[in-house]
Design a protein around this ligand. Structure first.
Ligand SMILES: *Cc1c(COP(=O)(O)O)cnc(C)c1O
Length: 405
């Protein structure tokens, strides 16, 4: 399929290019030490990951350990309550450890094993990426250092406990504001010192090349499964596909299965409390081109051109940029990016729980909220929503802040 001059039949071969660019976005804006380390990972990825042995091992792990394929569920009662449009969810909440993140963490950790590395390193904010990577490290018998700001350690006690139970070493970062940004800096510094024996595992389609490509490729299992399952269930393609976008990994996973189809694709960003800078984290909707954390993308900037403070009720969507491929698909118009507010999200959280018996993660509730709005607008047809994770982690917070609705 051709769209705005781009041939999507050969899209995955051409994007990113050899230097990691999706159009003008992406690349690797890092110092020479890290550049060397990233080149080593790129080379290893292109050889090891195309080998039958690696692919077969990853396939077996997905089936026997992660519980893939995850099903698609038809949301009959929710659909009926909204009119004639049929809504479906891809159940990444049923992936082991409760979200899509394990899809790329198992891939990254398996790559680490094949490269002969002893340790995986990462940063985490809300702790979700840390837990997924700690799970993968335990499975493969790798050491695992997770860098986390003091403030986040205090806020995310259950995830800190999970990481420690899984055998990870949670490294407290006491610099600056003691949150995600400082944790990223500390983790990258530790990696630059130690890259012979370790590998840095980024938690979304972000960071320097090759990560946006690699994480997309590992997540594409979601889109491949979903397309086939949806065709099996209904005999046709969905009219629309919807996913929430933080860094953008669950979205790239499901979108990649439908980019070459006549399907409308929607990425949903968090509007938080409103349109004022600092009240949301909708980088693609309100941001501009810029470089941060080693890549060029669309980002939210403060008055000094630095990454702006952002807010969302969903800590997993709380990031001032998105992956470079999303910036590319945004400019191209192949994916439409739109927003939903905290309030719409909380409504969707309770609605899905009550009508379908599925408690969604707050992040995923953004996609559900948008799917519900879209269903009313469309009037007929079908919508497939990526339910990126389960909401157990969010229940205490929601009951404390919003009560039972
Ligand atoms: C981390 C997380 C997200 C956001 O990350 P993406 O890279 O944008 O997918 C979404 N949903 C859940 C459940 C998460 O844990």
């Amino acid at each position: 399929m051709e769209f705005n001059g781009i041939n999507f039949d050969t899209y995955f071969k051409n994007y990113p290019d050899n230097n990691g660019f999706f159009g003008k976005y992406g690349g690797a804006y890092i110092n020479d030490d890290l550049k060397k380390a990233m080149e080593e990972i790129t080379e290893a990825y292109f050889t090891i990951c195309k080998s039958a042995k690696f692919i077969n091992e990853l396939r077996r792990i997905r089936k026997d350990f992660q519980g893939r394929p995850t099903p698609i569920s038809h949301l009959e009662r929710l659909s009926e309550s909204l009119g004639n449009v049929q809504l479906y969810v891809k159940r990444e909440d049923l992936n082991h450890s409760g979200a899509h993140k394990l899809n790329h963490c198992m891939g990254e950790a398996l790559l680490a094993k094949y490269m002969g590395k002893k340790k995986v390193i990462a940063e985490t904010g809300a702790g979700q990426h840390g837990v997924a990577l700690a799970t993968a490290a335990a499975y493969f018998g790798l050491e695992c250092d997770i860098y986390m700001g003091t403030v986040d350690i205090a806020k995310q006690a259950p995830n800190v406990a999970r990481m420690k139970i899984l055998g990870a070493n949670v490294v407290e970062v006491k610099e600056g504001l003691q949150t995600l940004k400082e944790a990223v800096d500390a983790a990258f510094a530790a990696y630059a010192r130690d890259y012979k024996d370790s590998i840095y595992c980024i938690g979304s389609v972000l960071g320097p090349h090759p990560f946006p490509m690699m994480v997309r490729d590992f997540q594409s299992v979601v889109g491949i499964e979903a397309r086939e399952q949806f065709m099996d269930m209904t005999g046709e393609l969905p009219d629309a596909v919807v996913a929430c976008v933080g860094g953008g990994s669950n979205a790239m996973g499901i979108f990649s299965g439908f980019l070459n189809d006549p399907v409308d694709i929607y990425g949903v960003e968090p509007l938080g409390r409103g349109e004022k800078l600092g009240d949301h984290a909708a980088s693609l909707k309100y941001g501009e081109e810029g470089i941060m954390h080693g890549f060029n993308s669309i980002m939210l900037k403060d008055e000094n051109g630095e990454p702006a403070p952002v807010y969302s009720v969903a800590s997993g969507l709380d990031y001032p940029s998105s992956g470079p491929e999303h910036a590319f698909l945004h400019d191209l118009g192949r994916v439409k990016y739109d927003v939903v507010s905290d309030d719409e999200t909380i409504d969707a959280f309770f609605t899905l729980s009550r009508l379908e018996g599925i408690i969604p993660a707050i992040e995923s509730s953004h996609a559900v909220a948008y799917g519900m709005k879209l269903a009313k607008e469309m009037g007929k047809g079908s919508i497939l929503i990526n339910l990126s994770g389960r909401g157990d982690k969010d229940m205490d917070y929601i009951i404390e802040k919003y009560g039972i609705r």
